[in-house]
Design a protein around this ligand. Structure first.
Ligand SMILES: Cc1cc2nc3c(=O)[nH]c(=O)nc-3n(C[C@H](O)[C@H](O)[C@H](O)COP(=O)(O)O)c2cc1C
Length: 314
């Protein structure tokens, strides 16, 4: 069998398949549906200092090629997560990445310390990119200086592997990625959802209670794949690709672009077993093409190409 082991900083995963934040709850719900020993890791729903009820409904809307969500970080808050959720989640047969979001650097540091110093948690994912939370005109995810401050504060607060989840809703993703690296990030998730909306013709009102939502699923794949290619060519950090992955071939596109691992989210809603199919599909292709190690696949499509830092299409 090919070796699918994936290393990112101090984090070693049995394979590069990670179940994305917000699509598997706190893991225990999902552990009843599939054998989690088949995946490399799961990411918890993003945890905030205090419990959040999330945005007003409707909060989900299908759109051709994707899904719009405006959940708004509904979660039980830090205290209840540590007391009520973590003990069960820690029993699951896979690695656990805790996703956190604060409203300033101090809150990010407090959250990173509280979850990152727990033995049950293998890495901390800083969600700097949720599009469903109201913020100032220039949101955190688009401001390299603010991202640098948040990541530095979290870095000082925990020894754990720090993963920073970027947003595709930016004009200059490279500056944000570089700021995260300089401040001590160990890996980057590229990327979260893209802001979108629909309007209901009967009610003549926005389809989502929050007006805007985050677009995930198939339609997002080419966008986040292009970002992965750009960032992998310019920033020396392991990348976790995310956006629209539903098959082994989708996932391998991200790996060939330079990602070391990838996350699967929306596709789990259609078929909770898709993660196992993806692992199997990757193994099959690697055997067929006589690749022995996942690591050799990383960035293989970049060979003999100049790093392309522009997004101009013509
Ligand atoms: C219903 C839903 C809830 C989500 N909640 C979170 C969240 O709490 N934190 C986060 O970082 N990302 C969240 N995401 C984004 C996913 O983790 C993922 O980055 C995104 O959906 C793109 O991947 P996909 O196309 O495979 O779903 C959520 C996505 C969906 C569809």
């Amino acid at each position: 069998m090919p070796d699918l082991t994936t290393k990112m900083g101090k984090l070693t995963l049995r394979n590069p398949v990670i179940l994305a934040s917000g699509t598997v709850g706190y893991g225990t719900e999902y552990g009843k549906l599939i054998d989690l020993s088949l995946v490399g890791a799961i990411v918890t729903k993003t945890i905030t200092p205090d419990p959040r009820e999330g945005n007003r409904p409707p909060r989900l809307r299908e759109t051709p090629g994707g899904l719009l969500n405006s959940i708004g970080l509904e979660n039980v808050g830090l205290e209840r997560f540590l007391k009520e959720k973590l003990p069960g989640t820690a029993q699951l047969p896979t690695k656990l990445i805790a996703s956190v979001a604060g409203s300033d650097a101090g809150e990010f540091a407090r959250l990173a310390s509280a979850v990152g110093e727990r033995d049950e948690v293998s890495a901390v994912e800083l969600n700097i990119s949720c599009p469903n939370v109201k913020r100032a005109r220039r949101p955190l995810w688009a401001d390299p200086d603010a991202v640098g401050k948040v990541v530095s504060a979290a870095r000082a607060a925990t020894q754990s592997t720090l993963i920073v989840k970027l947003s595709p809703n930016v004009a200059d993703a490279l500056s944000v990625a570089e700021a995260a690296k300089e401040a001590g990030a160990d890996a980057l998730v590229v990327a979260n959802t893209l802001t979108g909306m629909r309007i209901d013709l009967d009610s003549k009102a926005p389809a989502l209670g929050n007006i805007f939502g985050g677009l995930s699923g198939k339609a997002l794949l080419p966008v986040n794949l292009a970002l992965t290619w750009q960032i992998a060519g310019a920033v020396q950090l392991p990348i976790i690709g995310s956006g629209g992955i539903a098959t082994a071939d989708d996932a391998l596109e991200y790996i060939l672009a330079g990602a070391s691992a990838f996350q699967v989210g929306t596709a789990l809603f259609k078929d909770p077993g898709v993660a196992a199919l993806i692992v199997h599909g990757i193994e099959e292709r690697m055997i067929r093409e006589e690749w022995n190690e996942m690591a050799a696949y990383v960035g293989a499509a970049r060979k003999e190409r100049e790093p392309c830092l522009t997004t101009e299409a013509d």
